[in-house]
Structure formats: C-alpha cells, structure tokens
Design a protein around this ligand. Structure first.
Ligand code: NAD
Length: 430
C-alpha cells in the first residue's frame, strides 16, 4: 500500500523463508505455507451520488485456516494492492498462532478512498463487497474485521448485508469490530493499542527500564497509535512526537513537543481518519515538522503505528543512537533488509505480529461472546487481553533468550511451528 518500492508480499515471504530455513522446515510444508490457500478478486459496481456507476476492485485472501477460520481486517485505501493483502493475510496466520488463538489468517481490501466518498457511497460499497463475497466468508470460514480506514459502521453494514443474503438468521460471529450493543465487544476499540502497550510494558520490565524514564515517537495517530500513546503516557512515558497524514496537503507532518505531547489534547483536534489539524496544533504550541521527522527524534522508543515499509536501510541512518526499542504497532513497518542493521545496532524489536496481536485477540473474544450471547464487562475483556498478550510476549522473549535469536525470528519460529503442526495433523502435508 505504501508506495516505497518494496513489495510487502515479497517481504513476508522473505521473512518466512529465512525462518523456515533456520528451523529446517521440510520443502513440502514450505511450499504450502509461503503462499495463500485461497484468493478472491472481485469487481464491485457502486451507484455514486451523482448518478454515475463506479467499479471498485476488492480482495479477500485466506492464507491459512488449519488452526481455525480465517481472521483479518478489511482495508479501504487508494493504494491497496493484491500483494499487500496477501502479505497481511500471511501475517495474520502468524499473529493468531503466536497469540495462540484458534483462528487462521485472512485479509481483505478495497481500492478506494473513503475520505472522498459520502456515507451512502461507502454503505453501497460495503454491501457490494459482501454481495460479491458472501459464499466465501462467514463465522466458520473467514471472519473480517476493521482495519485501515474502516470502522464499526462499515462492519455493521457488511453484517446486515450478509444476514440478508444468507437469510432468516443472525450471524453475529460473521464479522468483528461491530458497535457495542450490536454484537461488539467492549474494549475492542482500545485493544490493539493497549495490546501494543502490554507487550512494551513487559519488554521494559525485562530490560529493567521504568516506563516513566522513557520517551517515544510515534508514526500514525489513528486507532492503534492513539490508544497505545494514551496508555503509554498514563503509565508515565513521554511522547515527544507523532506524525500523521494530511489529506488536504497530501503529505505527512510530525507534531512535536519536546516537553511531552498531551495525547487527549491532540485527539481532540484530529479527524476520524487520524489526521491532526495543523493550524490548531500550532495554536497549542506544537512544532509542525516534515512527516519523516518522527523517525529522527532522540527518543528511547520508536513506535511505527501507521503503514508498512517505513523503516528501511535508506532511512535507518536517521535513527538516533539513543533508540533502544522499535515497537511495531503497524503491520510490516520494517523491511527485511533493514533487520540486519537493527540487529547490528542492538536495537530490540517488538515484532509486529506479536506487538499488535491485541486487536485480533479481542476480536476472538468478541466472537466468543457472540457465540454464547453473553457480553463481558470492559475490565474482564481487558484483563483477559493483558493475560493473553503477556503470555504471548513471554513465549517469544523466552525463546529469543534461549536460542539467542532476534525477537522477530523467535516469534516466527513459534508461529510457523504451531501452524505446520496443525497442517500436519490435518494430513494436508505429511
Ligand atoms: P488508522 O486508519 O486508524 O490510522 C492510520 C494512521 O496513519 C493515521 O493517523 C494516518 O494519518 C497515519 N498515516 C497514514 N499515512 C501516513 C504517512 N505517510 N506518514 C505518517 N502517518 C501516516 O489505522 P490503524 O487501525 O491505526 O492501523 C495502523 C496500522 O496498524 C496498520 O498497519 C494496520 O494494519 C495495523 N493494525 C491495525 C489494527 C487495528 O485493530 N486497527 C490491528 C493490527 C494492526
């Protein structure tokens, strides 16, 4: 999606191939796991408000469902590509496996820009996507969720269309990220960002660094970054900078306050797409700098929480010597060719599919609650989420220590072994 010259699917395959080699995975299993099991490419005609019909391209890709139904979000983005969706579906497989939830990997996307569409047009697009795909998704096959530029209203339109087509029943487990009161789980909105923080908190604990002694810089100020930054500052950390996209100027800006950003204040001046109003930010005393400045800050923690392919060898030299941790809230923010540089410098990486697994874990809780038709209170959801994320972190951290490997490699080892085991038990690959 991010146009950086890197292909996310090739990145995902390169990461997989490296670990498959290290753990000596047999060739038949490698061939099977290095690509998606199923792909659907659909064309969605949508009646626009001006009376014309526009056709949008959509994807749903299921990488692997050996451990349970496919699971993964749907993105709306003008630069969405099939390869991005392939990569994300593969990362979802590893994410569900490392978090040890009984789900597989899937992902969806539509090439569109909801910022330029009316709500009516967005609703018709959501319904059209489901009309094109409904036989291939569902509570027992592949369960979508929100992702970049999609929200709980989109999920509800999709659910409503699915139930209309399948007929005469309610299927709340067909999709997650629904509004609370309509089958949604309390805590889902916060879950990914909080999950990022539960793992970061654990990492700082084992590194014996008090959160209150640290500073951070975030890329992105959408769902993931907002809640991660909220919890981080509540725990005493100081956010020096956040960067986000400005759709009017078609560029990104970094908002900096070296004394510490006030996160609720910045939230109050952002729009629903996670863009901060730069005039209002200036008025509040923030410095407004170029978009890539977030990466150059003298902080302990860099938290890329926006897009893939942001930390590359081309920009690695801009990272301050002070940085100790890269906390990957986004999916695929670091390119595989940058990993050796990060290792060499001794920066600890909290790998994406561990770090941001809180969202899918809470989606799993949402499904469980829908299935039993009994909803937990928020503290119960968050307590279960923290326990799951902490256990996942400890599994990865302990293996990394034991084998003296990079945390990303340890996370891959755990995930690939779990998925390969399920594939073998099913007898798909002997
Ligand atoms: P979002 O749409 O809510 O926010 C995206 C943010 O990124 C916005 O603040 C936007 O302004 C910013 N952004 C876009 N382009 C930018 C650029 N070039 N430079 C700086 N900032 C830019 O999305 P989100 O849900 O917060 O997701 C962010 C990342 O986290 C994605 O990689 C997504 O796949 C991943 N993720 C999301 C969830 C979830 O539950 N939402 C779960 C797991 C992973």
């Amino acid at each position: 999606m991010a146009n950086t010259g890197y292909n996310p699917f090739e990145n995902a395959q390169a990461q997989f191939d490296g670990v498959a080699e290290t753990i000596g995975l047999d060739q038949g299993m490698r061939d099977f796991l290095r690509q998606p099991m199923k792909e659907y490419h659909v064309s969605i005609p949508v009646k626009m408000d001006d009376g014309t019909t526009k056709t949008f391209k959509g994807f749903r890709i299921r990488h692997n469902d050996a451990r349970g139904p496919g699971k993964g979000g749907i993105r709306f983005h003008p630069e969405e590509t099939a390869d991005t969706v392939r990569a994300l579906s593969m990362w979802m497989t590893w994410k569900c496996a490392v978090a040890d939830i009984p789900l597989g990997g899937g992902k969806g996307g539509i090439i569109c820009d909801p910022r330029e569409m009316s709500l009516g047009e967005q609703e018709r697009l959501c319904r059209g996507y489901i009309r094109a795909l409904y036989p291939n998704i569902g509570p027992f096959s592949d369960v979508p969720a929100p992702d970049v530029m999609t929200n709980n209203q989109h999920m509800l339109w999709m659910l409503d269309e699915y139930e209309t087509l399948v007929g005469n029943a309610r299927f709340p487990g067909m999709i997650t990220g629904k509004p609370v009161g309509m089958g949604g789980s309390l805590g889902r909105t916060e879950a990914t960002g909080y999950g990022v923080m539960y793992t970061l908190k654990e990492l700082l604990r084992v590194m014996k660094i008090p959160v209150g002694d640290t500073t951070a810089s975030f890329q992105g100020f959408g769902n993931v970054a907002e809640y991660a930054a909220r919890m981080y500052t509540d725990l005493g950390g100081k956010v020096i900078a956040v960067s986000c996209w400005d759709n009017t100027d078609k560029t990104a800006y970094t908002f900096r306050n070296v004394n510490g950003c006030n996160i609720p204040e910045l939230v109050s001046i952002k729009d629903k797409f996670g863009s901060i109003d730069k005039e209002k930010a200036k008025g509040l005393g923030y410095e407004v700098l170029p978009g890539d400045e977030w990466l150059k800050q003298d902080v302990d923690i860099l938290a890329p929480c926006a897009l893939e392919n942001q930390i590359t060898p081309a920009v690695f030299g801009n990272i301050s010597q002070k940085v100790k941790i890269i906390c990957e809230g986004a999916n695929g923010p670091t390119t595989p060719d940058c990993d050796p540089l990060i290792k060499e410098r001794g920066i600890v990486v909290l790998p994406d599919f561990l770090c941001n697994a809180g969202g899918v874990t809470c989606s799993y809780f949402e499904q469980v609650q829908c299935n039993i038709n009994y909803f937990w209170d928020k503290s119960e959801v968050l307590e279960k989420l923290e326990r799951k994320m902490t256990e996942a972190f400890q599994g990865v951290y302990n293996l990394a220590q034991e084998k003296n490997v990079y945390m990303r490699d340890a996370a891959y080892m755990i995930a690939i072994e779990r998925v390969a085991h399920a594939v073998k038990l099913r007898g798909w690959v002997s």
